[in-house]
Unconditional design. Structure first.
Length: 156
């Protein structure tokens, strides 16, 4: 057998006498397959290190990036901000007309309200669609490592 297991119980001749530890097998120098065994050993150590240290962080990043919570917060804030902006614009337009003494008939007011509501709906739909597209692109860049400063510098 070309492997030495760390913490194995062996006798003076090197024969295994006890139970094996759970550590990875260490290749024995001098065996015919030492280079292959060492390469495999290093690869297994790197994989276990990745699984222990980096995979939990990667899983957390994926969960936070791909989760709907951030998207839902942004979409609801878009509606609130757009409503506030259009209400303010409508109020300012009415105040300006009143200041100059230019009143509106009921039919003109209904037309203006309808026009503002259509503009509001269009603005909300456009902002939501743009946000969804941006968040999807950002998620894909994050998962691919494309949002790092190094990758941005390489891209030019």
């Amino acid at each position: 057998m070309p492997y030495n297991y760390p913490y194995d119980e062996t006798d003076r001749t090197g024969n295994f006498t006890g139970t094996r530890a759970t550590a990875l097998p260490v290749p024995r120098p001098g065996s015919d397959t030492y280079a292959q065994d060492m390469n495999a050993y290093i690869a297994r150590q790197q994989w276990e290190d990745y699984q222990r240290r980096f995979q939990p962080v990667e899983r957390q990043l994926i969960d936070e990036t791909m989760g709907r919570e951030l998207l839902d917060k942004r979409l609801s804030s878009i509606s609130a901000i757009t409503d506030t902006s259009f209400d303010s614009a409508l109020r300012n337009a009415r105040m300006t007309r009143e200041m100059y003494g230019a009143g509106q008939t009921n039919q003109q007011r209904q037309y203006e309200d309808r026009r503002m509501d259509l503009g509001r709906s269009t603005a909300i739909a456009d902002a939501r669609n743009s946000t969804r597209t941006h968040i999807h692109d950002r998620n894909m860049d994050t998962l691919a490592g494309g949002s790092s400063a190094v990758n941005q510098a390489i891209r030019g």
